[in-house]
Design a protein around this ligand. Structure first.
Ligand code: G6P
Length: 475
């Protein structure tokens, strides 16, 4: 690959789909990054020969040369330790993330963080501009890169630029708190097409553009100050149904799921939670409901147990550190009170697992607890039903996830309502097998018919048919 190689299709996301890690012998290995974005785009990229992915390699001051991995050209963007602290941990995850998730924890505003956000977005735009072929399609992802569309258009008006938000877009009342709200809207408006998880997210953006920037909108199209039109609409993300369904059906995964059930004491009811350790996920609400169900005497280990996988995340951000302490304290209290020797009330795993192990856990779980206070989509819910080719299990799903808009056959609840959550869990446990199978069949059909490949196709179609054509070369 020479320095002048350019690509017709370029993905840009804060993270590359792989993180650099060290093998026991000291050599470099690349491991898949956590989170829904990578999970989704991984399978999309496999279908696009000769595409490039621009992103951060996951460690400060790490600037590996561009390299190839699983058939993709990967172009690292370096972040210094200061950038990681100010742009990634600061502005992205301590300013934007709380504002975009209903201010579950307070957002922090620092002008220095904003400067770093702008600087890093500029760096991304320059990296993309350098490797993009004339007229290339660019797919920018998520809240970390909201300035890239306009910055990139400035450098390369010939490109066709799409952006997709994996997280919610907040109501204007919350978005308006951001001192840099105008710049963020102007950044996004540089795109040809803006994709959101829910219609409500697209509507929130359009309303912010109208009210805070005075831009005119017509239906789902907004015009920038020069009259260039940009569409903003909903395109809920999904997963690779066929691939995960096939994995779940393998004899190895089925055997492993039986083994997991035995290892946790062959309970009548195995409940499962799988989340990045994030305050948006409602893990504390879930533990509270579970603890009360034990305290009320509805369930007793070993007949019931909860396996909670909490994937380590953003551990240098204070609110995440605090959450980890709270959750680990709560797990300790529940186990101290309700476990017996050999029968734990909660199996807490602060780790990440490979796809096969996750599929086995899903297949082993009678009740899947997905209880976010706010979540753009929640792909765990979709992964769970995809693994249940046996039509077993039951999905308890928060109404505050994007997934709840689609997975209406789940046991839907409001996680703030602890009594309601307890009742919903009991309803899911006690529902007749025929009802659970009917629900699961419907849930699986939805994910099968709206998989990640279809999502990507629809995104690229929306990008291709965006209302205004890019400026022709030399114009
Ligand atoms: C969510 C976000 C992604 C992010 C992922 C993991 O899925 O939408 O953009 O990559 O969480 O978070 P992290 O901060 O570790 O990249």
């Amino acid at each position: 690959m020479s320095d002048t190689t350019t690509y017709d299709f370029v993905i840009a996301a804060n993270r590359l789909p792989v993180d650099r890690a060290e093998a026991p012998d000291g050599s470099t290995v690349w491991r898949r990054s956590p989170g829904g974005l990578v999970t989704a785009m991984d399978s999309v990229m496999r279908g696009h020969e000769g595409a490039a992915w621009v992103g951060w390699a996951g460690e400060p001051d790490d600037a590996p040369e561009p390299f190839e991995d699983s058939g993709m050209h990967l172009h690292p963007v370096p972040l210094s330790a200061q950038d990681v602290s100010d742009y990634y941990e600061g502005f992205a995850n301590d300013t934007l993330w709380p504002i975009y998730h209903d201010v579950i924890v307070p957002a922090t505003f620092h002008r220095r963080w904003w400067d770093a956000y702008r600087r890093v977005n500029q760096r991304f735009a320059e990296a993309i501009a350098k490797i993009s072929a004339q007229g290339a399609r660019i797919w920018v992802h998520d809240y970390q890169l909201q300035l890239v569309p306009a910055l990139l258009r400035e450098l390369r008006p010939d490109l066709r630029i799409g952006w997709f938000n994996h997280i919610p877009f907040p109501p204007v009342e919350l978005f308006a708190q951001l001192p840099w709200r105008s710049q963020l809207i102007d950044g996004l408006i540089g795109a040809d097409y803006l994709g959101f998880q829910r219609t409500a997210d697209a509507a929130n953006f359009l309303r912010a553009a109208r009210q805070l920037r005075g831009l005119s909108t017509k239906g789902d199209v907004v015009a920038d100050s020069r009259g260039r039109r940009v569409r903003a609409s909903a395109l809920p993300i999904s997963i690779d149904f066929a691939d995960l369904d096939a994995l779940a059906r393998t004899p190895e995964v089925v055997a492993r799921s039986n083994e997991i059930r035995e290892q946790v004491g062959s309970p009548e009811v195995l409940m499962l939670g799988v989340d990045r350790l994030d305050y948006t996920k409602g893990i504390r609400h879930r533990l509270k409901a579970y603890q009360e169900l034990l305290a009320d005497g509805h369930y007793t280990p070993p007949q019931v147990t909860l396996v909670q996988v909490a994937v380590p995340s953003r551990e240098r951000v204070d609110s995440y550190r605090r959450l980890k302490d709270q959750i680990e304290g709560e797990v300790g209290r529940i186990n101290g009170e309700y476990s017996t020797v050999g029968a734990a009330a909660v199996h807490y795993l602060h780790q990440s697992f490979d796809r096969a192990e996750m599929a086995a856990m899903y297949l082993a779980a009678d009740i899947m607890l997905v209880t976010p206070l706010r979540d753009g989509m929640n792909l765990v819910a979709k992964e769970y039903v995809t693994c249940r080719f046996d039509l077993g299990g039951a999905l308890v799903l928060s109404e505050f996830t994007g997934a709840a808009n689609e997975l209406t056959a789940a046991f839907i609840h409001n996680p703030h309502d602890i009594q309601g959550l307890k009742d919903t869990i009991r309803q899911a446990v006690e529902a007749p097998t025929s009802e659970k199978r009917r629900r699961m069949r419907s849930l699986r059909r939805r994910v099968r018919d709206h998989d990640v490949q279809r999502w990507a196709e629809r995104f690229l179609q929306a990008l291709a048919s965006a209302p205004d054509r890019p400026t022709p070369p030399g114009a």
